[in-house]
Design a protein around this ligand. Structure first.
Ligand code: 2IT
Length: 444
């Protein structure tokens, strides 16, 4: 069996040389679904796996713009329309200097299974640019967004492809992108999610990824006969996802002692709570991408150049970037008493860290844990379609129900003795629905 998997992966690698992140994401899914695939000749005959790893369409384009000094800048824009078997392509846009085709293919591939898990009708896609918002003025960000949309608008639409935010793309960027789309199309539609509340956005969308992740952790803990209350958490990052998670952990009686940035991490023994949480929004809006100022503001410890995984906690939630938690970090966490890692960033743990964590403690992958973000994007699409805004309580209820359903799906497909393998559960659960839809729709 192993040889077949490695043959498949070798073939993929030779067709997509150098796409390291994409290979990593595919390998994890293929290893999880291989048994199901082997037992299902219908899937094999229709070459579901061969087709599912090939994006339906990849768009790459030039994004020229002029900075505040009048100098011409050139970035590269992308949209990877990965899979539309169960709905329009759906997934975020990432603006960050590390963006490459490989990164967006891994994200679009993951998004396909994540969106399937949400139970909502959304296909998978991802896009973005190597543009760095760091140190840019609002005016420069607007000009960049307008130029980016001047090409992207012809490829997307409310029933075709619905982008949203990701790293470097928040409410401000979605506003600029939406404005330009509307101007070019002369159409006010739900083509993007994460919009402002007064113009088609959904309540809870900014908090949704973090809230959903904590709901998921709550169900994991319940399944182990444990409670969230009184547990200590380490969180990485300080952006939208970390912020939402920290709010909800506090609400449910947990304590968060770390956040991090590219410059190092903060250790706050008293817990990140109250006005300290609001301060994260200020940090993010400053466009500086550093966490050190938090230490000065609140007299907490700042540990430069390090990641927060060396702190003793009960639960770790990586909320920043792919491959931010390595095998050594995982071992340190476990030896300091950590019993649960809920990956909240997309592919936040390296493959060897995942392998270790599954055996050593309880681990759940990003595509299950962080699906609340795109789930509420799906709810924003529903509200736009019926031209309604649901109250906060209603959106939150849906979100909680969806996260509970995803947890149940993981348990259904991933139960192994008295443990749950959440990687197998999430991958198989997400895969089967997409595979069945692809089968029903013929060779397309
Ligand atoms: O990784 C993700 O799921 C997102 N960035 C959110 C995507 C979305 O369409 O809301």
């Amino acid at each position: 069996m192993k040889t077949d998997i490695s043959e498949f992966l070798e073939a993929l690698k030779s067709r997509t040389p150098g796409e390291r992140e994409f290979h990593q994401a595919v390998q994890e899914v293929i290893e999880s679904v291989w048994d199901v695939y082997q037992k299902n000749p219908r899937y094999q005959k229709a070459k579901i796996l061969e087709r599912i790893v090939e994006p339906e369409r990849t768009i790459i384009f030039r994004v020229p713009w002029t900075d505040d000094r009048g100098e011409v800048q050139v970035n590269r824009g992308y949209r990877v329309e990965f899979n539309s078997a169960i709905g329009p392509y759906k997934g975020g846009l990432r603006f960050h200097p590390t963006v490459t085709l490989s990164v967006l293919k891994f994200l679009g591939f993951e998004q396909t299974f994540k969106n399937s898990l949400t139970t909502l009708p959304m296909g998978g896609g991802k896009g973005g640019s190597d543009f760095s918002p760091k140190g840019k003025s609002d005016n420069e960000i607007m000009h960049f967004c307008q130029s980016f949309m001047t090409e992207l608008f012809r490829h997307i639409g409310p029933n075709t492809d619905v982008p949203a935010g990701d790293i470097g793309v928040g409410g401000r960027e979605i506003g600029f992108l939406f404005g330009q789309y509307k101007r070019l199309r002369n159409e006010f539609t739900g083509v993007l999610t994460g919009k402002g509340l007064g113009w088609g956005g959904s309540l809870i969308r900014p908090e949704a990824t973090g809230f959903g992740a904590v709901y998921f952790v709550h169900h994991m803990l319940n399944n182990m006969g444990k409670e969230l209350e009184g547990k200590t958490f380490s969180v990485s990052g300080f952006g939208n996802v970390a912020w939402g998670a920290i709010i909800k952990i506090n609400e449910l009686g947990g304590k968060v002692v770390t956040i991090s940035g590219p410059d190092g991490y903060i250790y706050d023994a008293d817990g990140i709570k109250g006005e300290k949480i609001d301060y994260l929004l200020e940090l993010r809006a400053s466009n500086n991408d550093v966490v050190q100022p938090y230490a000065t503001e609140f007299g907490a410890q700042f540990i430069p150049g390090k990641k927060p995984w060396e702190c003793p906690v009960d639960i770790a939630m990586p909320c920043a970037y792919e491959n931010e938690l390595h095998l050594e970090d995982a071992k340190t966490l476990v030896s300091n008493g950590c019993f649960l890692v809920a990956e909240t960033s997309n592919m936040g743990c390296t493959a060897d860290a995942v392998e270790y964590l599954i055996e050593a403690i309880t681990y759940a992958p990003g595509k299950a844990v962080n699906a609340g973000g795109v789930a509420v994007s799906g709810l924003e699409m529903s509200q736009n379609s019926i031209r309604m805004n649901w109250p906060k309580e209603e959106v939150d209820l849906y979100l909680h129900r969806i996260m509970k359903d995803i947890h149940e799906t993981c348990v259904k497909y991933g139960r192994k003795g008295n443990k749950v393998n959440y990687v197998v559960g999430a991958n198989v659960g997400g895969f089967v629905k997409v595979a069945e839809a692809m089968l029903a729709q013929g060779i397309v």
